[in-house]
Design a protein around this ligand. Structure first.
Ligand code: GDP
Ligand code: MG
Length: 141
């Protein structure tokens, strides 16, 4: 088991639904620790930069618009296998395909408003964490 860090975002839909605490509780119950956290209303530029890998995709504009539509909660999660563990807790990208009991099955409304983001690999986790947090704001847990 590798001790890892991953970047998690509670998206505007889930912040608006007031389920930040319920989502944090799932992280904690799965053994993931919160190593950094902040609430932020992303600018268009910040959202475009964060999702730059998707800029050629047909849904890019909708995704950026949505991510700027209200404040998000951004956190670094730390723990054994944190990247895969968080992806498992999140469920499939489309909530229609998400396994019962996952965050997206329980809280997401659509493939656009799908409640959470989570890094998908070690390299992207490192880039995404650095995008939002200087190393002095990430605390070993
Ligand atoms: P994730 O890693 O599970 O979040 O999924 P991706 O990295 O593939 O896509 C990033 C985000 O773009 C997803 O969470 C969705 O909100 C959105 N997205 C992905 N695929 C589609 C799609 O086919 N249509 C729409 N409308 N949005 C999508
Ligand atoms: Mg992704």
């Amino acid at each position: 088991m590798a001790l890892e860090r991953t970047l998690s975002i509670v998206k505007p839909d889930a912040v608006a639904k007031n389920v930040v605490g319920e989502i944090y509780s799932r992280f904690e119950k799965a053994g993931l620790k919160i190593a950094a956290a902040k609430m932020k209303h992303l600018s268009r530029k910040e959202a475009e930069g964060f999702y730059a890998v998707h800029r050629e995709r047909p849904f890019f504009n909708a995704l950026v618009e949505f991510m700027c539509s209200g404040p998000v909660m951004i956190q670094v999660l730390e723990g054994d296998n944190a990247i895969a563990k968080n992806r498992e807790l999140m469920g499939a990208t489309n909530p229609k395909d998400a396994a019962p009991g996952t965050i997206r099955a329980d809280f997401a409304d659509s493939i656009d408003a799908n409640a959470v983001h989570g890094s998908d690999a070690a390299e992207t986790a490192a880039v995404e964490i650095a995008y939002f947090f200087p190393s002095t704001e990430v605390y070993a847990r």
